[in-house]
Design a protein around this ligand. Structure first.
Ligand code: ADP
Ligand code: MG
Length: 242
């Protein structure tokens, strides 16, 4: 059998299906794809098509019912609302992730501050989540996810609760993080434009499986009014709504 996986693949799904008990609800069926090390991959598709199920299998929150999954041990997930502890400061919210990874005490401060500063939150170290904007909270979530040095960073519709301008800023931040850390990133989005603006490759999901793959070679920064960008958007849109 033809096998596309190779040494540069950090994640491989081969015919992976997941049914949720007790009612046998289909989460995903026969999903096959691989992710190369350092790649920025987006999963898009309508609500209920199985995007979050794919991420949950990668994190180990859910186990596949059948098929083969190869994935690294250490992955981090960024959730839509940042999922911060409201009673902890920005610093503590990041440090707690390192504590739970048993990082030696003397390294925690350095590693937490490095990532807090990378996300432009240096002056907010002692603030509580309620004192931050939605965009800042999401930056803390990203700093916390990165601080533990995961092999893969997973983001599940991370910007969908934010306004357009903040989303734009966070797109630039996440591209900066990607360039600086060379991390493999998998992001779930339901927005065609967002996925086309960020990813190397977009996997379109439909009916709980992968419907189509778009490879994107446009350089960054991508200009949303440029003709080749609009052409790409149209191509994805046609397939999305087909
Ligand atoms: P998406 O993230 O694309 O919206 P999900 O992966 O959350 O899709 O869900 C895919 C399918 O699996 C949906 O039909 C959903 O109802 C079902 N599903 C997801 N989680 C559960 C669960 N815990 N129990 C039962 N069904 C679930
Ligand atoms: Mg989802």
């Amino acid at each position: 059998m033809q096998n596309d996986s190779n040494l540069n693949d950090i994640i491989v799904f081969e015919n992976v299906s997941k049914t949720y008990q007790p009612q046998n609800d289909v989460g995903i069926k026969n999903v096959s794809f691989s992710v190369h090390k350092g790649e920025f991959l987006c999963l898009i598709g309508p609500s209920g098509c199985g995007k979050s199920t794919v991420l949950k299998i990668i994190t180990g929150l859910e186990k596949e019912t059948s098929g083969k999954v190869i994935k690294p041990e250490k992955v981090s997930m960024v959730f839509q609302n940042g999922a911060l502890f409201p009673w902890l400061t920005v610093y503590e919210n990041v440090a707690i992730a390192l504590q739970s990874e048993n990082v030696p005490k003397e390294n925690i401060q350095k590693m937490a501050m490095k990532h807090i500063e990378m996300m432009g939150l240096g002056e907010f170290t002692n603030k509580y989540p309620r004192e931050l904007s939605g965009g800042q909270r999401q930056r803390v979530g990203i700093a916390r996810a990165l601080a533990v040095d995961p092999a893969v960073l997973l983001l599940d519709e991370p910007f969908s609760a934010l306004d357009a301008k903040t989303t734009d800023e966070l797109h630039r931040d996440i591209l900066k993080v990607w360039a600086e850390t060379k991390k493999t990133i998998i992001m779930v989005s339901h927005l065609i434009e967002e996925s086309a603006a960020l990813a190397d490759r977009v996997l379109l999901m439909k009916d709980q499986t992968i419907d189509y793959e778009f490879k994107i070679t446009l350089p960054h920064p991508r200009h949303e009014q440029a003709a080749d960008f609009l052409k790409l958007i149209n191509e994805i849109r046609r397939r999305f709504f087909r």
